[in-house]
Design a protein around this ligand. Sequence first.
Ligand SMILES: [Zn+2]
Length: 103
Amino acid sequence: MGRKCVVPTCSTEQGPNSTTPQVHRFPSPASSSDQLKLWIQAVFQQSTDLSHFEGKIRNGGVCSSHFLPNDYRNWNDGLNPLFHKLGRLKPNVFPSQNLSRNS
Ligand SMILES: [Zn+2]
């Protein structure tokens, strides 16, 4: 079983090959708690305590369709990070694309 994207309107699951979008792990609660909060606010549209989302954070992730190409380190290398398994996010980015809105 691959890791699944936890964005409510999305059903991406990490596949076995590089033609499927990459599902990124959440930042570590231990070493990047501030960054993790930004991800949770972006994905779930609310800022409740982290423990409420613990299971999703541990077992799921956020897929590449919720990030901008410029959020990836290797964008300038000519790769297509949206469908490249080795695409690595820059340290200070958080999901900003294709997220559900209640407005
Ligand atoms: Zn997704």
